[in-house]
Design a protein around this ligand. Structure first.
Ligand SMILES: Cc1cc2nc3c(=O)[nH]c(=O)nc-3n(C[C@H](O)[C@H](O)[C@H](O)COP(=O)(O)OP(=O)(O)OC[C@H]3O[C@@H](n4cnc5c(N)ncnc54)[C@H](O)[C@@H]3O)c2cc1C
Length: 504
């Protein structure tokens, strides 16, 4: 613990997974931490709240996959029990049920990617199409998440990558692009090949069990963030809501000394951690002359984010939904969507008379301008296509949440403009799911890990307290490690003969 008056002040901006993670660790180390959140409550993209009628809603349902080791470890530390058991998922297209996934950790373990390939139950996709994925294994081995690998693959689109490696048109449309729309929230021609391989490796390919997933038994806000914020406050951290940071004050020695909130409130700091999304960061830069003076922050304007739509529908009757979580493709060419049986997942809806379904749409640009009255029948029609029993059911209540420019867009060529945790200010650090790091995780787990990494950078800068213990992703399987070593050696030979001749 750092004693009384000497406590160093850290300001964290943004109360999503990244900001809460940084705040919690630094508060436990005795820092005087203030977490400033622009919105009315913490959670960021994972926030949940109650409707006027007292029903729980949230900004989209969030899964927690098997490799989310740091989040699972946090949940253990908080001594809370927010999750369902491991659940199975299905995939639907307008033609009906396409795929069912088992619980992979219950199947005999095979070297990756054999388990994923053999245990996933494809209902329609012919074997020949599935086999056309095999050459992609080279890209999986070649992309080792290093800076060099990102630079090699980032300017290529996912679609080009799959085309170059001979993936069949049907496998691309019905499997890979379908996964991109729900994993990177964009169609293949708008996704970086580097992000594509990194994301698929983390969630599906690295180890057989990686695709196993749990869900919160209520909103993440209620089940995780509420007890977490209580612990943060107990540790001495301050969470201030409705505080929008608009500027950073710096002195002549390259150090930030304060942030400005809501245009005029100055909050002193010995170190600052930004934990806001891309759109939030662009807004701060647009308002801040000290940030605009730095090229790295001006370059954030080259990044983009993606529109998402989260809907929740209450139906008048019980409808049998075979599996609780479902991903869908082929309904709109540039939009993916998922639906969840909340009677099965959420405690609150277990005994509900009717059915409660969450349907979330990613890359939902064309839906956002529609009226709620237009959106709800579209959702019901899509649900009916997957599960005919939805036809004729009456929607008795609904919630529609629009999230414009909300999720990070890993567009081709975006890597060079993304920021690492260390900035050119010696006491300003970055965190969030779009920040460059080498951990290998994605989404919520990455956001939380980057928060801990930023906290550790503060600790090494201000020289107080112990760094957080960050669990690495599980090591690559032996055959992948061998493949990577051989590939690296061959690349080195190639480079020594013709350095910098070919495009990376
Ligand atoms: C519909 C949907 C479904 C998703 N599904 C999954 C899933 O199943 N699994 C998964 O792991 N991930 C999922 N994600 C992604 C996941 O939500 C994000 O990766 C993660 O929440 C990012 O956390 P973060 O802390 O980086 O940023 P955010 O959650 O965006 O938090 C940033 C915070 O900063 C605040 N802020 C912005 N500007 C300012 C300012 N100027 N001053 C103060 N505060 C500011 C914002 O209000 C926000 O609270 C999903 C996202 C969406 C939208």
């Amino acid at each position: 613990m750092i004693e009384g008056l000497q406590r160093k002040k850290v300001v964290v901006v943004g109360a999503g997974w990244a900001g809460l993670g940084a705040t919690y660790h630094l508060a436990k180390q005795g820092y005087d931490v203030t977490l400033l959140e622009a919105g009315p409550y913490p959670g960021g993209l994972v926030a949940g709240w109650k409707t006027a009628g007292g029903r729980s809603v949230e900004a989209g349902i969030h899964g927690f996959w098997y490799p989310y080791r740091n989040i699972f470890s946090l949940v253990n530390e908080l001594e809370i029990n927010p999750f369902t058991t491991w659940t199975r998922s299905s995939q639907y297209s307008p033609a009906g049920l396409e795929v069912e996934s088992p619980i992979f950790q219950d199947c005999p373990r095979l070297p990756t990617p054999l388990g994923t390939f053999l245990y996933t139950r494809f209902k329609r996709l012919p074997l020949i199409d599935r086999l056309s994925a095999l050459p992609l294994l080279y890209a999986v081995v070649d992309f080792d998440n290093s800076d060099e690998a990102w630079r090699r693959y980032d300017s290529v689109t996912a679609r080009e990558l799959f085309k170059q490696f001979g993936v069949s048109a049907r496998l691309y449309r019905e499997s890979f692009e379908a996964m991109l729309l729900v994993g990177l929230f964009a169609p293949g021609e708008q996704c970086s090949a580097a992000a594509t391989i990194g994301m698929l490796y983390f969630f599906i390919l690295a180890h057989q069990a990686d695709f196993d997933v749990v869900w919160c038994r209520g909103t993440v806000g209620e089940k995780i963030f509420r007890p977490w914020v209580e612990q943060i406050e107990k540790a001495g951290g301050k969470l201030l809501a409705n505080k929008r940071v608009t500027d950073l004050i710096v002195d002549s020695t390259n150090r930030a000394t304060a942030v400005v909130c809501n245009g005029n409130e100055v909050i002193d700091a010995d170190a600052v951690i930004f934990a806001v999304g891309i759109t939030g960061m662009k807004k701060i830069v647009a308002n801040s002359s000290s940030l605009q003076a730095r090229e790295e922050f001006r370059n954030v304007n080259n990044l983009g984010a993606i529109d998402v739509l989260a809907t929740r529908l209450w139906f008048d009757r019980k409808i049998q939904i075979p599996l609780p979580s479902n991903a869908c493709f082929g309904f709109d060419t540039t939009t993916g969507w998922t639906f969840f049986d909340l009677n099965a997942l959420h405690d609150e809806y277990k005994d509900e008379q009717g059915t409660v379904v969450e349907a979330d749409f990613y890359h939902a640009n064309q839906f956002l301008p529609l009226d709620n009255k237009e959106i709800i029948p579209i959702v019901q029609q899509y649900l009916t296509t997957c599960i005919p029993a939805f036809r004729g059911a009456k929607v008795i209540d609904s919630s529609v949440i629009r999230l414009p420019q909300a999720v990070s867009h890993f567009a081709p060529g975006s890597y060079r403009n993304m920021l690492p945790a260390k900035t050119s200010f010696e006491n300003v650090f970055m965190s969030g799911d779009w920040i460059i790091n080498r951990h290998g995780s994605w989404s919520q787990e990455k956001a939380y890990v980057t928060g801990l990494e930023a906290a550790n950078l503060v600790i090494s800068q201000l020289k107080e307290g112990k760094p957080a213990n960050i669990l690495p992703v599980e090591a690559d399987e032996a055959h992948i490690q061998v493949g990577r070593e051989i590939n690296k050696a061959v690349r080195q030979i190639g480079k020594s003969i013709l350095p910098n001749f070919w495009l990376p």
